[in-house]
Design a protein around this ligand. Structure first.
Ligand SMILES: [Zn+2]
Length: 609
């Protein structure tokens, strides 16, 4: 009887799994670190305890850690790539090759054990390769203990000491970080140029640093009333402590990275947003930027509200906007941005980096291979947010992205978006592909399935994929489920090829019963086609030609003004339809007057009498 019941229980749970499609799994890592920073020579030591849970169905015989700071050494892959690519990032150039030993970065592992037994490991550039004498079985936990030491490089890219704006420590990609293992296996990518993929988990970090320094970090400060520096509760008088250092204790939960920044001259402002999220602002005490940084604070709250409403609620207790780094870069519960900017640029960079809290940190795509989901989705939602929060009133807030994509598509150097982020021939082509073409992916999806379906898709994507690692297929499946349309063709052509869209009005001629219009598909990429017909009496109407392979028709809000024609099957290069009105009553005919379809040649889209 017992056995039968048990079988039933197993079957029931299997049934549930099948329904929820929970073949998805992800690894888990809990870090405990104690770090001691020497602000005079920029060297630090640390110990790390990592409890790793193998939730995969696989037996693991090795593990890998990232040692990102080793990239900032002459001869590293980052250095050589920057000196051999024809359009290097200006911030990097040949600067790494000129670093003296005292200016370089490094991260060294001094000891590593698993469950008390020492392990064999080898440092290979920015990756630590670790052999396991005993495998980690599916479902098993392993505890790794490590001692490490590092040196913070001169600020060249993303992290470092003494930024051009005088920020002492921008500490990102700074600790030995376990590489992610997922359904595609290990992702022990070397640090060459960009993009990350991390293991979900919790961080408990104790950081000792000269007590004059104010720290901003991922996580929530546990000993705020002891540390002060603007973190203390209202009304608390912080007692001065003996010794030269403070030990800051941060806990960050349900994240896949931990970053921090510190400076002895930071101003620290705090603001609690309407949703309860505590916003922290840390910036240099520089009279030239103070006003902008004060005015940024209510705008940041508006941005948070916009993203909460348009994607889904920000799930962590706090978010910090910190002056640091060399541009703008997103991290867990914080961003590092340069601060000496005009106000529009300061709000713009904050909008972009804050949006990454959703499209990078919460829906944590593997950025190395799906960079367009990370940068593109972020650019899309921040363009939309800026339009509202800064009252830009642009009819098409994505216009800049379309223009940038069109330049890319006609440049001859475009590579498919499925290219690894480090493997683009030109940095500029990476940028246009990831940011602009990625932004257009979403804006154009709104053209294909309708704005309402797109907005519902973003919200369901949040619901289904927060705190996970979604793939492009996961996203398009959400869009398919929300809309009911077949969209696999869109994902494939747009992201895995460089096929382009070009539709044209080929011929317009009078016929006995009205006017005959012939359209032509010149580009290889399919699209549903919307045509605006303008009449000499000032009226207009929309003609919608569904794309047959979508097995679907788009819903229109003003349906009475839209004529839905028969499907256009892709392989036919031309498509002819009739209008009741004689040619004399028609003033112009235009394909896609919304300009949301990324047609690479708009000159042939219009028939004008
Ligand atoms: Zn970005």
């Amino acid at each position: 009887m017992k056995k039968i019941l048990l079988t039933f229980a197993v079957l029931a749970s299997l049934g549930l799994n099948a329904q929820n499609n929970t073949s998805y799994w992800q690894q888990h890592a809990d870090y405990r670190m104690n770090v001691d920073m020497n602000v005079k020579n920029f060297q630090y030591t640390g110990d790390q305890e990592l409890v790793y849970t193998n939730n995969s169905p696989d037996t693991l015989h090795q593990v890998f850690y990232h040692l990102f700071f080793n990239a900032f050494q002459p001869g590293s892959e980052m250095d050589v790539r920057s000196r051999t690519i024809s359009d290097p990032d200006r911030r990097v150039g040949d600067r790494i090759s000129k670093l003296s030993p005292a200016q370089q970065g490094y991260l060294k592992v001094n000891s590593l054990s698993r469950d008390g037994k020492p392990l064999k490991y080898e440092e290979v550039g920015t990756v630590l390769e670790v052999e396991l004498d005993m495998p980690i079985l599916p479902g098993e936990k392993a505890t790794f203990k490590m001692k490490f030491e590092g040196q913070v490089p001169e600020q060249i890219r993303r992290s470092g000491r003494n930024s051009s704006e005088g920020v002492a420590l921008s500490m990102t990609q700074w600790y030995p970080k376990l590489a992610e293992y997922d359904f595609q296996g290990w992702h022990a990518d070397p640090y060459i140029g960009r993009e990350w993929h991390g293991v979900w988990g919790n961080f408990d970090v104790k950081l000792s640093i000269d007590k004059s320094y104010t720290v901003g970090a991922s996580g929530v400060l546990q000993n705020a009333n002891e540390i002060g520096h603007g973190y203390e509760d209202e009304g608390v008088k912080v007692k001065s402590k003996k010794g030269d250092k403070h030990t800051w204790h941060f806990i960050a939960e349900k994240v896949h990275d931990f970053s921090w920044a510190a400076d002895p001259e930071y101003i620290h402002d705090k603001r609690t947003a309407a949703d309860g999220t505590v916003l922290h602002f840390l910036y240099k005490d520089n009279p030239e930027i103070k006003e902008n940084w004060k005015n940024l604070q209510p705008k940041t709250e508006e941005l948070l509200k916009f993203f909460n409403e348009h994607i889904g609620p920000y799930p962590w207790p706090q978010y910090s906007v910190i002056q640091g780094g060399d541009g703008g870069m997103e991290y867990a519960m914080l961003t590092l941005i340069t601060g000496e900017r005009n106000f529009g640029s300061l709000v713009g960079v904050t909008a972009h980096e804050m949006a990454h809290a959703w499209f990078q940190h919460l829906m944590a795509t593997n950025e190395s291979i799906h960079e367009w989901m990370d940068e593109g989705f972020t650019s899309y939602i921040s363009s939309k947010a800026m339009n509202e929060v800064m009252n830009q009133n642009k009819e098409n807030p994505y216009e800049g992205a379309y223009n940038s994509y069109l330049r890319l598509a006609t440049s001859g150097v475009e590579q498919p978006q499925s290219t690894h982020a480090d493997r683009y021939t030109y940095n500029a082509a990476y940028g246009a592909s990831a940011y602009s073409k990625g932004e257009v992916f979403l804006a154009q999806l709104g053209y294909i399935i309708g704005e309402e379906n797109l907005q519902k898709t973003l919200k369901r994507y949040y619901n289904d994929w927060k705190f996970k690692h979604p793939t492009p297929n996961d996203f398009i499946r959400v869009a398919e489920k929300v809309s009911g349309a077949e969209l696999d063709w869109y994902l494939r052509d747009w992201t895995q090829t460089t096929n382009t869209i070009d539709y044209a009005v080929q011929n317009v001629q009078e016929e006995e019963t009205g006017t005959q219009v012939t359209l032509e598909r010149i580009g290889v990429m399919p699209m549903p086609v919307e045509v605006t017909v303008n009449y000499t009496n000032g009226s207009s109407k929309q003609v919608y030609i569904p794309l047959q392979m979508m097995r679907w028709e788009k819903p229109f809000e003003d349906a009475e003004n839209v004529v839905v024609k028969d499907d256009w099957a892709w392989a036919y290069p031309t498509y002819t339809f009739s209008l009741e009105e004689p040619l004399s009553e028609i003033s112009s005919i235009e394909i896609d007057s919304s300009k949301l379809m990324a047609d690479i040649n708009r000159e042939n889209n219009v028939y004008q009498k």
